[in-house]
Design a protein around this ligand. Sequence first.
Ligand code: IMP
Ligand code: MG
Length: 171
Amino acid sequence: MEVLLSAETIQSRVRELAEEIERDYEPDAAIHLVGVLKGGFVFMADLVRAMGPRVTLDFIAVSSYAKSTKSSGEVRLLKDLDSGLEGRHVIIVEDIVDTGLTLTYLQDILRARSPKSLRTACLLSKPSRRLVDVVVEYIGFTIEDRFVVGYGLDYAEQYRNLAHIAVLDGD
Ligand code: IMP
Ligand code: MG
């Protein structure tokens, strides 16, 4: 498989994103990260380790692609958060924004829980595939319309453990 982003490239970009996030919030403000399972788990793990002690985290799970490289367009909540978001600075941490449907759904349901602020961080963005306008404040890399795996991203549950991001050809 063709390597699109090496492990080193990803690591240095994640450190930059962590610094950017830390700079954007008041120094004494707590930051609560909401990781989107399963794809967001590797990005989340590296992002929080590049941040200071004020960060806390939780996970939410939604259905995304089944065994396909095409989106079904349907989003379902599979696992909810353990704690509430009221009055907290919340950042959604997701692997990739593709059509934007998943993030639109997540932003809507999390905003309804009255966080003090709500932002989104995505490692990858494929703007050419967008079906809905969605605001993502922190983007690691903008990529072309190719199906990618690794660093949390899967194809039929495979390749999540790659340290780099590779292009999977053929769908
Ligand atoms: P969206 O709702 O179309 O924006 O899709 C978001 C979800 O689709 C992500 O959380 C991924 O799980 C999945 N996805 C989109 N593009 C890719 C890809 O290139 N490789 C692996 N998963 C992808
Ligand atoms: Mg997936």
